[in-house]
Design a protein around this ligand. Structure first.
Ligand code: ARG
Length: 492
């Protein structure tokens, strides 16, 4: 799809709009001045203006305008020469937007107004012909879809880089055991690779949600007009195809009014944000003195203005914190959409800022997290030394007794007693002498110690989805292929 740099931002503060009818190139351009005697009140203009945020849709609006010009020509509503002049002017305007030499003025209500002004400046009254058969209602819905389909691919590309960073660390740590946790308590040893890949599986589902989303979003609203379609012989499917959509919308009222595609995108972004926050939380924990699992690279850590010794995991914390605004974006947009009657209502102008914020947030967080993860150094010796701490091999012992015919209920009891013994005597399960084992239970023969090794416990968990090295190697192969596929899609 389209992928150039964004058009530059317009001035943040619009100046008051001046009164006056729709002018051509001189004075403010308004798209709806005909039946009004006075101009807009300053308070209305300030409330109504959206160009300070919708200007980033300019490139997409221009693309849609060129496609629309071609169908008007096909419908014999534009002569050959008129089409050529309009296309050249749109092209020129696009270049001027890109270069920053054409910018929205303080009087432009929205991106459509600004671009119509730019067109009128270039081709005079001919520019007005492009308005036939379309409305800002179908235009804005189309622009936002185009923008999002493009940016979902950019997000996907950044997401694959984070997944590759996790996969790279997993490959380095195919043999490194860590204390696997539940309730943030040592539970059973697992491979560090297994834990890292758990995050990749979550991100891969986010990637898959983006592709599902894209298939539903690939419907063009252009041709719907204000709400009812057009009496002109347009060709919405041709426009749709030219803009990379799979087809045109089947219902014009639905097409101009629903923003489910925007809300669904915000949900996918929020869930990705939640997944990023879980990874961020883990990194912050791992970096603590209490865990001591990792060293964060200096390039991805921050210091303290007062405590010279500090090295803080701010990237991880910001990734955790940004989930809040991503969740806010989806809930805020859903609240805007709730209860809106058909078809277009101006409330819908509120759809853009949450969407843009979600895009900007992800495009900022993902590269930082990829860099943070890719440059982590794990303290493998400490991880090995603590992988079985907290009697984390107790389950292995109980399962051995089960393989020898003891009911699990009894095995659980026996090993529980042994754990208490160890706590009282301040030792590990494997350190208990033959006589003491026998004292705790006759089931605990000296050879039970054979299962009390970390590599043995890990290798034994070879069921599908388990942490055994063979199962982890399979995951690595599958996830690498998935990520490659995602990267190819992102480039499409
Ligand atoms: N700025 C508007 C929006 O974002 C564009 C559509 C305006 N349509 C209208 N009939 N006022 O939704």
């Amino acid at each position: 799809m389209i992928s150039e740099a964004e058009t530059p931002d317009p001035p943040a503060e619009p100046a008051p709009a001046t009164a006056g009818g729709a002018a051509a190139a001189a004075g403010p351009v308004r798209l709806w001045g005909g039946r009004f005697e006075s101009g807009p009140a300053e308070a209305l203009a300030r409330l109504s203006v959206s160009v300070q945020f919708d200007w980033r849709l300019a490139r997409y609006d221009l693309l849609a305008s060129a496609a629309h010009a071609r169908v008007l020509h096909k419908a014999q509503l534009l002569a050959d020469a008129e089409l050529a002049r309009l296309l050249a002017a749109l092209d020129d305007l696009g270049r001027a937007c890109q270069a920053g030499t054409f910018r929205p003025s303080a009087q432009d209500e929205d991106v459509h107004t600004a671009l119509e002004r730019g067109l009128l400046e270039r081709v005079g009254q001919l520019g007005g012909k492009l308005r036939a058969g379309r409305s800002r209602n179908d235009q804005i819905a189309t622009d936002l879809r185009l923008y999002l389909r493009d940016h979902v691919r950019m997000i996907m590309a950044r997401l694959t880089e984070l997944e590759l960073a996790l996969i790279g660390q997993a490959e380095l740590h195919r043999d490194t055991p860590v204390p696997g946790m539940t309730h943030l308590q040592h539970a059973q040893p697992v491979l560090l690779a297994h834990q890292l890949l758990a995050h990749v599986h979550a991100f891969a589902r986010d990637a898959s949600r983006m592709r599902d989303w894209d298939a539903r979003a690939a419907v063009s609203p252009l041709g719907s007009g204000a709400l009812a379609g057009s009496s002109l012989p347009l060709d919405p499917d041709a426009v749709a195809a030219e803009l990379g959509f799979a087809r045109a919308a089947d219902n014009s009222m639905d097409a101009v009014s629903d923003r489910d595609f925007a809300a669904e995108f915000c949900f996918v972004a929020a869930l990705l944000g939640v997944h990023l926050s879980r990874l961020g939380e883990e990194v912050a924990l791992w970096a603590s003195h209490e865990f001591g699992w990792i060293e964060i690279d200096d390039a991805y850590a921050t210091g303290s203005s007062i405590m010279p010794q500090k090295k803080n995991p701010d990237v991880a914390e910001l990734a955790r914190g940004k989930a809040g605004r991503l969740i806010g974006n989806v809930t805020g947009l859903l609240a805007t959409l709730k209860g809106l009657p058909l078809s277009y209502n101006r409330d819908l102008q509120e759809d853009k800022e949450p969407v843009f914020d979600a895009v900007d947030t992800l495009l900022t967080v993902l590269p930082a997290m990829a860099g943070l993860i890719g440059t982590l150094r794990f303290h493998t010796e400490r991880l090995k030394a603590t992988a079985a701490a907290g009697h984390a091999l107790a389950t292995d012992l109980a399962e051995l007794l089960v393989r020898r015919g003891t009911a699990f209920r009894e095995a659980h009891e026996v090993v529980g007693h042994l754990v208490i013994w160890c706590q009282v005597h301040d030792c590990e399960l494997a350190d208990v002498s033959d006589e003491d084992l026998e004292k705790v239970s006759p089931l605990l023969t000296p050879d039970v110690r054979d299962v009390l090794t970390v590599p043995g416990a890990i290798a034994a968990r070879a069921s599908r989805g388990g942490t055994a090295p063979a199962r982890v190697a399979e995951q690595l192969t599958r996830l690498r292929a998935d990520v490659q596929d995602q990267a190819a899609w992102a480039a499409s």
